[in-house]
Design a protein around this ligand. Structure first.
Ligand code: C5P
Length: 225
């Protein structure tokens, strides 16, 4: 089994991001670069990170008219990302065109509902259902559109996995159950629990990048899987 951990390189400086990625590269399966990284460092930055030799996840969360999103997908072919994100709320045609424009080896996955939105926020943008119901609806739409999978929280991954057996499910927002960790245990989704529930990729950032010893942290998480 290949390592499902994608390290989120959410560091503002390219040299710091490269240093961290080089340090932990043997203990993660891929590297996730977000919108912030891409806006700051562009394709040059992606190429530099790609030299480390791990698959690249470009988390750009594209959301525009189908033609524009398809053109953006074509423009990023050159960096050969393994995974790219679009917003499911862009609609079925946008997702279909994004997939059609993506490289053969690029998985296109849809963001369902941002975890920064609660039910009240959804109501204010005209969505009457709660976040879970909306996430399941958008996951179904992504499946119909022929995407490879979705990004979802550790709390929804089991339900989506039941509806989409071969869906490529990307789960962020994970916290290792570190010994002595206090707080509301019920809200913690561990990498292992997400994996057992059907996650294909585990996105992990700060538990590794802000650890005193990032290599030890990555190895410890890897050891739980
Ligand atoms: O919290 P952590 O640093 O592990 O987050 C890793 C990545 O996952 C970040 O790039 C963040 O944007 C993303 N994330 C997310 N949804 C969450 C939590 C984190 O998309 N609920």
């Amino acid at each position: 089994m290949s390592n499902p951990i994608y390290l989120a390189l959410d560091l503002p400086r390219l040299d710091s991001a490269l240093a961290l990625a080089r340090k932990v590269h043997a203990h993660v399966g891929g590297l996730k670069l977000g919108l912030e990284f891409f806006c700051a460092h562009g394709q040059h930055g992606v190429h530099e990170v790609a030299k480390i030799g791990l698959p690249i996840f470009l988390d750009l969360k594209l959301h525009d008219i189908p033609n524009t999103v398809a053109a953006a997908m074509q423009a990023i072919h050159v960096v050969e990302p393994a995974i790219v994100t679009v917003h499911a709320a862009g609609g079925r045609a946008m997702m279909e065109d994004a997939k059609a424009a993506a490289g053969e080896n690029t998985k296109v996955v849809a963001v369902t509902v941002l975890t920064s939105l609660d039910d009240a926020d959804l109501a204010r943008i005209g969505v009457p259902d709660d976040a879970t119901a909306q996430a399941l609806r958008l996951a179904d739409l992504a499946q119909e559109a022929g995407l490879d999978g979705v990004v979802c929280s550790g709390h929804e991954v089991a339900a989506i996995h039941r509806r989409w057996k071969h869906g490529f499910l990307v789960v962020p927002g994970l916290r290792p159950a570190a010994s002595g960790a206090s707080g509301d245990q019920k809200r913690i989704v561990t990498p292992r629990a997400a994996r057992d529930a059907g996650a294909s990729v585990l996105v992990i950032g700060r538990p590794i990048s802000r650890a005193e010893d990032p290599v030890a942290a990555a190895r410890a998480i890897e050891g739980t899987l």
